[in-house]
Write a protein that binds this ligand. Structure first.
Ligand code: AMP
Ligand code: ZN
Ligand code: ZN
Length: 424
């Protein structure tokens, strides 16, 4: 369906919605009309690793149309500009330092011997802050997730048998699927549309998350400037076009909030910074765009003396001395020393043995290479642009869309969007 036809369909739905509350003396609407009067669904869509400027490459006509209809602007991720910390920020409104997912890989002295990876769904890693789907379910709003980091987790549950993955209690989205990379983008979109096609309104979610990983994966493998990334962006754009068409065919009004978690920076074997430390002097949590490590007992002076301060293309701090603008450094899961490379550079334990051009993220969250996608369109939005804002403001916006009260103690608020929302 052409966009103009979609607008016409959306306008028709709006008109029908306006007719949906008849005065007491009119008979109930015929079934076809009742079907039209669907309340809007809020769909939070993440295109992992979609750098803000990919929008200008001329390969994403569906995203361009949504941006032209609604609101758009460059969004700053939170530090570290990695997938799991930022997805959890987007749904909690807290910076990683406060919500506890401080990296894609972490350790925690409170859980000795355990290492968090992207496959970890033990509740204690996630329990510091409730995600928006838990808040929505508590308020009686049905939710569904076609993937989101943390959506596999029974949030708020407790471990009953260590190492056996047995948890008691906890809340999940009403509809959710175990993460599976092999489920392609088209299947993900079809799953959302199938949920919204359910005949009974009470069975249909009112808040949905939809996650696409392909642009990130290809960005890592080929670098952000590659034709492969343009092709992956075009492919996900077409899948989002199919979602918009499917919603129009169902006469389902929708507020779409499209985001990415971070951008992508081009790395190369010619831009590497070896960690110049004896192997037995430190314990490394992760290296790459940043290195997070702890000196081994007795080696503190050696490690600090070698690393702390400025180096060519890298700077290192004790965790308590990380500059305030990163809003990172108080969480017990952050190890003693953080080193941060300039965008395009990589901190490595050993020099690469073959040439490469790839992509990476995790850098300074204010760098242009890390700038993330933001587009919001649907009946709740006017048209306009938002000046650059921090991604902690997305969860407060979602709360507004769902009619939830403002969250307490969040790191962001809905200020960037207030003048761009239609009156309720
Ligand atoms: P990153 O290492 O920061 O680039 O993380 C991106 C990767 O996270 C992608 O390759 C995804 O396949 C993976 N991923 C995204 N969501 C999930 C999830 N819910 N569970 C496990 N892995 C995921
Ligand atoms: Zn990511
Ligand atoms: Zn990635």
């Amino acid at each position: 369906m052409r966009w103009t036809t979609r607008i016409a369909a959306a306008a028709l739905v709006a008109v029908l919605q306006a007719c949906a509350t008849p005065p007491a003396h009119t008979p109930p609407p015929p079934p076809a009309m009742a079907n039209e009067a669907r309340p809007p669904v809020t769909i939070l869509i993440s295109i992992d690793g979609f750098r803000s400027d990919y929008l200008q490459r001329g390969v994403t006509p569906n995203l361009a149309r949504l941006a032209a209809q609604g609101i758009t602007g460059p969004m700053r991720p939170s530090f570290p500009s990695k997938t799991f910390p930022n997805h959890w920020t987007l749904v909690t409104g807290l910076v990683p330092d406060h919500h506890g997912i401080v990296g894609n890989r972490m350790e925690d002295a409170a859980h000795p011997g355990q290492t968090f990876t992207t496959a970890s769904d033990a509740p204690y890693w996630w329990n510091a802050a409730p995600p928006i789907w838990v808040e929505a379910e508590r308020a009686g709003i049905r939710t569904g997730t076609v993937f989101w980091p943390g959506a596999n987790v029974a949030w708020g549950s407790t471990v009953t048998k260590a190492d056996h993955g047995d948890y008691a209690g906890g809340a999940r989205p009403r509809d959710w699927l175990q993460y599976n990379q092999a489920i392609n983008g088209t299947q993900r979109v079809d799953t959302v549309l199938d949920w919204l096609r359910r005949p009974a309104a009470a069975d249909r979610p009112r808040f949905v998350t939809l996650y696409f990983d392909r642009v990130d994966v290809v960005g890592h493998d080929y670098g952000p400037n590659s034709p492969e990334v343009a092709q992956a962006a075009a492919q996900v754009d077409a899948q989002i076009g199919a979602l918009v068409d499917g919603l129009a065919a169902l006469h389902q009004p929708a507020n779409l909030v499209l985001v990415s978690d971070h951008g992508m920076s081009e790395t190369s074997d010619t831009r590497v910074i070896p960690l110049d430390l004896p192997k037995d002097s430190y314990h490394l949590i992760e290296a790459g765009p940043f290195a997070a490590l702890t000196p081994l007992p007795g080696k503190e002076a050696l490690v600090e003396g070698t690393l702390l301060g400025r180096h060519p293309h890298m700077e290192c701090w004790r965790k308590a001395e990380i500059p305030a603008r990163f809003r990172f450094g108080s969480n017990p899961r952050i190890p003693a020393i953080l080193c941060l490379a300039e965008p395009r550079w990589m901190i490595v334990e050993k020099l690469p043995d073959a040439p490469f051009t790839r992509g990476e993220h995790g850098y300074d969250n204010r760098s242009a290479d890390m700038a993330a996608l933001f587009i919001a369109a649907g009946p709740a939005f006017r048209h306009g642009t938002v000046p650059a804002f921090d991604n902690v403001d997305v969860a407060p916006l979602l709360r507004d869309l769902l009619g939830l009260p403002p969250g307490r103690g969040l790191d962001g608020d809905d200020a960037p969007f207030r003048s761009l929302l239609q009156p309720r």
